[in-house]
Design a protein around this ligand. Structure first.
Ligand code: 3PG
Length: 394
């Protein structure tokens, strides 16, 4: 059920789970994308006269309340981004929350303090969930990026109150459905990032679902080494050689093409502006490390993107955070963005570094959809159930 089904909410107290787990440095929010994404749901609920009560976590506090993990500064940032007053209550349950809610007028927006200040949150403890539910008549979950957690505020509440997906949750799920659920074929996946070990489940699932899998980033080295290529001093998980081989076997059985780098940008040091050269992947000097894929590989990736009707992307092709090792990621991202703009490609990207890489390439807005989710995007791509989503479907 979405907000289309929510009915008359004039004067109702609507508890809205949002993801305000935003990056903060020196007390300032450094990327407000997640705050921007909750704006449509809040505007819609408030516009219909609801009392909008936001529930969120921030960081991973271990020992109860602490100023370091307080959402109070985020309430201020949220007010700035949304361009409207956002109240703050210093607790998410109990008297402080109840009295702040009681003081709300219709259409007001209030943020309650970090739900993770209580152990009950992560335990999905029924008593804690009931205390949260006491402040609401209706539950809306707009935090796809926290939906892989079965916590009180992401899962438990949906059992106690009438529950609906918010607009961002809906947009995320629609985009993911287009990307892997019921995609236009052929589907091409690009998976990069440093380590195979963090993405084994992802790769195993993808080879069964997509038509071509491009493997880049540090993890490609493990596949190259498993195939017998000498990768010099590159980051490589030699102990995962058999896993890499198994993934390639499963891909072959499923008819999924696996595309590995054919050339690489190598350097002796991993630092900005380090002397680098492009070499064939069979000729990586023993004292160098591969820090990006080369131009020939980029050309191959672009060709595969051209053949695809759908692209799903997780993880950069090289060490994009340091120039000049950002070139392949930027070039491939621009190519995918241009195909998308031309109406020839549905492109869905997400997970940790991916958003930063696409922002760095300046093309995040040109993709069909860029998910703000990290772990949730990955788990969804791995084919795992997301408790916060499943409970809404039930
Ligand atoms: C995220 O930042 O990916 C979500 O907010 C979930 O945070 P968590 O990994 O601490 O549960």
């Amino acid at each position: 059920k979405t907000l289309d089904d929510i009915g008359n909410i004039d004067g109702k107290r609507v508890l809205v789970r949002v993801d305000l787990n935003v990056p903060v440095a020196g007390g300032k929010v450094t990327d407000a994308t997640r705050i921007e994404r909750i704006a449509p749901t809040i505007a819609e609920l408030s516009g219909k006269g609801a009392k909008v009560i936001l529930l969120a976590h921030f960081g991973r506090p271990k020992d109860g309340p602490s100023p370091e993990f307080s959402l109070e500064p985020i309430a201020k940032a949220t007010a700035e981004v949304l361009g409207r007053p956002v109240g703050f209550a210093a607790d998410c349950i109990g008297d402080a929350a109840a009295s702040a809610v009681a003081a709300m007028n219709n259409g007001d927006v209030l943020l309650l303090e970090n739900t993770r200040f209580y152990k009950g949150e992560e335990k999905n403890d029924p008593d804690f969930t009931e205390k949260l539910a006491a402040n609401g008549d209706i539950f809306v979950n707009d935090a796809f990026s926290a939906a892989h957690r079965a916590h009180s505020s992401t899962e438990g509440l949906a059992h106690l109150l009438p529950a609906f997906a918010g607009r961002t949750m809906q947009a995320e799920l629609d985009a993911l459905e287009k990307g892997l659920g019921n995609p236009a074929r052929p589907v091409v996946a690009i998976v990069g990032g440093a380590k195979v070990s963090s993405k084994i489940d992802l790769l195993m699932n993808l080879v069964k679902k997509v038509d071509a899998l491009v493997i880049g980033g540090g993890m490609a080295n493990t596949f190259l080494a498993a195939r017998g290529t000498d990768v010099g001093k590159s980051l490589c998980e030699h102990d995962l050689a058999n896993t890499a081989k198994q993934i390639m076997i499963e891909a072959a059985e499923a008819g999924c093409a696996v595309i590995l780098p054919i050339d690489g940008v190598v350097a002796r040091e991993f630092k900005a502006g380090a002397a680098s050269e492009t070499v064939a992947i069979s000729e990586v000097p023993a004292d160098t490390m591969i820090l990006d894929v080369g131009e020939k590989t980029v050309k191959t990736v672009a060709d595969w993107i051209d053949r695809g009707a759908t692209l799903v992307w997780n993880g950069p092709l090289g060490a994009f955070e340091i120039e000049p090792f950002d070139r392949a990621t930027v070039a491939a991202a621009k190519h995918a963005a241009a195909r998308t703009k031309a109406g020839k490609l549905i492109s869905v990207a997400g997970g940790g570094d991916t958003v930063a890489a696409l922002n760095h390439a300046g093309v995040a807005d040109d993709f069909t959809y860029v998910s703000t989710a990290g772990g949730a995007f990955l788990e969804w791509m791995e084919g795992k159930p997301l408790p916060g989503v499943d409970v809404l479907k039930r």
